[in-house]
Design a protein around this ligand. Structure first.
Ligand SMILES: Cc1cc2nc3c(=O)[nH]c(=O)nc-3n(C[C@H](O)[C@H](O)[C@H](O)COP(=O)(O)O)c2cc1C
Length: 308
């Protein structure tokens, strides 16, 4: 099983569509969406639920929050909008999220985490999964095992584990030993996450697990999902290496984003454009232009200039 990690500001519908086009086997998850926001019908929140029904299946929605009843109601709304699964965020380390006792703060309140998972499972016929970190301040094997076994008992159908503590944020290296340990203790599928940057690493990790989830390595390089997917199936795949080869897909990404969300799509696209050209000749010169584009034509013109 190969998954694209939920990433706020990145794994929106246009990016997910691009990943699915290159590697259709990928299961994509939305960025974190507020259960409270869905319950109260916040316009901006509901926009996060938009997806391309033809291209993005299975469509998994990640919810965050702390009120079990809101999870229950949000799960029903998400199901009615055609989602295929729900993932509960117990891993976000952002201060704003943790301070409100959302995201990875739930690792410190196992009773509430249990209630949220149980209530969500009960509220919907969709499969429910949880994404968590290996600990909050530090990794403690007993607490970790108690927590994951408790989650399994709630009826969730898969567990994704990012091999870092909340305190680590994104620093240091992901520790995969707790993830492998979890696999030994659980019957539900265990998906590992953290620092997968190549098909080789992905294959190695997957030998001991049911699935792997890839995040930051896809920034500017969605092709890595096809590299991994083909390595898993033994198929041969040569990813594009020159910017020339990459441009058609980059332009397609921009087109989808702008068509779907207008100017906001264009603004969201800027960071992707900067990521796509990272590492290429004169990248810094073009980067400053790409993060200021005002239209699809601007993007096309800059890439034509790069190509010359
Ligand atoms: C910009 C950014 C946004 C993220 N947003 C989310 C999110 O919305 N929900 C979530 O569960 N994890 C989120 N994460 C964590 C990733 O899903 C993933 O666990 C983490 O990046 C480690 O995987 P990687 O090393 O493959 O990137 C985010 C990470 C980044 C870098």
């Amino acid at each position: 099983m190969l998954l694209l990690a939920p990433m706020a500001g990145y794994t929106d519908s246009p990016f997910r569509q691009i990943v699915k086009e290159i590697a259709p086997e990928t299961i994509c998850v939305t960025e974190l969406i507020s259960a409270d926001g869905i319950k109260f019908g916040g316009e901006k929140t509901l926009e996060f639920l938009e997806f391309n029904k033809k291209k993005e299946r299975p469509f998994i929605v990640q919810l965050f929050g702390k009120n079990p009843d809101f999870f229950s109601e949000a799960a029903k709304i998400v199901a009615s909008q055609g989602a295929d699964g729900i993932d509960i965020n117990m891993g976000c380390p952002a201060r704003k999220v943790v301070n409100s006792m959302h995201g990875s703060a739930l690792l410190t309140t196992p009773k509430l985490a249990e209630e949220i998972a149980r209530t969500t499972v009960k509220a919907t016929r969709l499969p429910v999964s949880v994404k968590m970190r290996i600990g909050f301040k530090t990794y403690n094997e007993k607490q970790f095992l108690d927590f994951i076994k408790m989650l399994e008992q709630t009826g969730i159908q898969a567990l994704t584990i990012h091999g870092r503590t909340t305190a680590q944020g994104f620093s240091g290296k992901a520790d995969w030993e707790p993830i492998y340990l979890a696999k030994k203790h659980l019957k539900i599928p265990v998906i590992g996450n953290g620092d997968i940057t190549s098909a080789e690493i992905a294959l190695k990790r997957l030998k001991k697990l049911d699935g792997i989830m890839v995040g930051r390595a896809t920034f500017g390089n969605p092709w890595i999902m096809a590299e991994i997917a083909s390595a898993l199936t033994g198929k041969k795949y040569t990813p594009p290496t020159s910017l020339e080869e990459k441009i058609p897909l980059i332009l397609k990404h921009a087109k989808i984003d702008i068509k779907m969300r207008g100017r906001r799509g264009l603004l969201e696209m800027r960071k992707h454009l900067a990521a796509y050209i990272k590492g290429f000749k004169d990248a810094s010169k073009y980067r400053s232009k790409l993060v200021q584009v005002e239209s699809y034509d601007d993007i096309k013109k800059i890439f034509a200039e790069i190509r010359d």
